[in-house]
Design a protein around this ligand. Structure first.
Ligand SMILES: *Cc1c(COP(=O)(O)O)cnc(C)c1O
Length: 497
């Protein structure tokens, strides 16, 4: 299968090149030329097999320059060996007859980015090797929290790769900092940066765009690369869990094969919900795709009006992984519904870059409204959902998932659509313990993360994930800081080792 760039249709590359390059030269994102359709035979196989086998089978349809066996090896490394707890890495919690929470946070960092970032390192390093390149990939990440740890854990110990994560010293939560500085592995480095997230981000961008520096590293046998959510290798593993969830609903007799199921996703970069759209394009019987935002509701407005306007105040919320005003993966969806109009997409994205705003055509507005429902939850609504689910069912959810639950409730009240809905549950409630405790009415404040974990355990009876409780006693390996200007030296020194 070939891949096109959203900004240049004449660009056609293999899956391996698409993943190795990440972004196309003119700035476009890689998308598959066509979408394989799921057949009756595919469902018969998928329903009765494991998550690892489902992954290999579905990825093989998109990544046909890998063998099924190779993909299964990667999937075992990513999701096997008890890395995600039980037998099924993505279990469903059946809240009621109509609502199932797809728990995507049983991996090593307790948030859904593990689903993609456990798989990407294997796809990426194999792609480099298979395109005849024996250089080491060095991943550079600037993180405001979740992505850094998920990338560290995914790349740690992977042959042919190194990873360096920079985090803003004052800009991550204590638990996020501990998760990073205790990371194991010889091929990883973590460094705090004096400044905020923008400083760290700008520092990394400066390194990526320094051509002389990149050339020098290339000659030393190193390719600098990023692990951000525009890489096809990060998106494609996410298609799997929607198909897998549908198969599990059939298997559990909650639906019959062919029944329509809606999906509700707490959205930031539009990656997770785009994966659901792609599953639907493969013929999976999905109905409405419900796009849930927090107060940074640029996507809600876009779905309802066709105007994408990032010129608005940025709000810090209790669902920080959705505090985003530029949803990069939306470009892939617009490319698809515009009939692969690369010129049109280039115009829209230039307008976004230069003016901070664009408006799509009236026809596209209709298409978008048919595919998606857009809604958002306020902070109060988010807290109320957590409290409600806990008092109704004893079910504990994190703040991001609660945003989705709130928007689903609004959707059902507004439309009367009572189809079964799969809600993407994107983080363990323990990860955002402070807000979750607030929702449950615990008012005494403590700055001790571990005390809060214990309080939450006593209230809910839910086990604290081992990967969080063990942080208290783990060795802090990375205690170094640097100034923004020193980031490049930190990279150079590490690459010399
Ligand atoms: C990244 C993230 C999201 C948003 O996912 P996108 O793919 O960016 O839309 C939602 N919840 C959590 C916990 C996340 O870490």
């Amino acid at each position: 299968m070939q891949y096109n760039s959203t900004r240049n249709n004449t660009q056609k590359v293999t899956a391996q090149s698409a993943m190795k390059e990440g972004l196309s030269r003119e700035g476009g994102l890689y998308v598959p030329e066509s979408f394989p359709l799921l057949t009756q035979m595919d469902y018969n196989y998928l329903i009765n097999t494991t998550y690892v086998k489902r992954t290999a089978y579905i990825l093989n349809k998109f990544l046909d320059d890998f063998s099924l066996e190779e993909l299964e090896n990667y999937a075992v490394k990513a999701y096997g060996n008890n890395k995600f707890g039980g037998e099924n890495p993505t279990p469903l919690y059946h809240y009621d007859d109509r609502t199932a929470f797809l728990e995507l946070w049983h991996g090593p960092t307790c948030a859904f980015k593990d689903m993609a970032l456990q798989m990407l390192p294997h796809l990426l390093t194999a792609s480099v090797k298979k395109t005849g390149d024996d250089r080491t990939v060095c991943i550079l990440v600037a993180t405001s929290g979740d992505t850094g740890k998920a990338a560290l854990d995914g790349f740690s110990g992977v042959d042919g790769a190194k990873i360096i994560v920079f985090y803003p010293k004052g800009g991550v939560s204590e638990i996020q900092r501990l998760q990073m500085v205790t990371q194991k592995g010889d091929n990883v480095l973590v460094c705090g940066v004096d400044g905020n997230f923008d400083d760290a981000q700008t520092g990394v961008k400066t390194i990526f765009t320094d051509e002389a520096y990149n050339r020098e590293q290339n000659e030393n046998g190193v390719i600098l690369s990023s692990a951000n959510s525009i890489n096809w290798g990060r998106l494609v593993p996410q298609v799997v869990y929607y198909i897998s969830a549908y198969c599990d609903l059939v298997k559990a007799n909650k639906i019959k094969l062919g029944d329509t199921v809606n999906v509700c996703v707490p959205t930031g970069n539009f990656g997770n919900i785009l994966a659901a759209y792609y599953a639907k394009k493969m013929g999976l019987p999905l109905g409405k795709l419900i796009c849930a935002s927090n107060r940074n509701n640029v996507l809600t407005d876009f779905i309802n009006t066709g105007v994408y306007n990032r010129k608005r105040d940025f709000v810090l919320t209790m669902s920080p992984s959705m505090d985003i005003l530029i949803s990069s993966n939306l470009e892939r969806y617009l490319y698809d519904i515009s009939g692969k109009d690369d010129g049109y997409i280039t115009t829209l994205m230039d307008a976004l870059k230069n003016d901070g705003i664009y408006e799509v055509t009236p026809e596209l507005k209709e298409t978008i409204k048919a595919d998606f429902y857009g809604g958002y939850a306020t902070e109060e609504e988010t807290l109320a959902q957590i409290a409600k689910a806990f008092s109704e069912k004893g079910y504990l959810m994190d703040t991001h998932t609660a945003v989705a639950a709130s928007v689903l409730e609004a959707y059902r009240n507004e439309t009367g659509d009572n189809n079964v809905c799969v809600v993407a549950s994107t983080a363990s409630p323990y990860k955002f313990n402070q807000s979750v405790l607030k929702a449950l009415g615990v008012t005494e404040e403590t700055n001790d993360e571990f005390a809060r974990l214990e309080t939450l355990k006593q209230l809910s009876g839910l086990e604290i994930p081992n990967s969080l409780s063990e942080l208290k006693t783990m060795e802090k390996r990375f205690t170094n800081d640097c100034k923004k200007e020193e980031m490049i030296q930190v990279v150079t020194e590490f690459l010399k080792q």
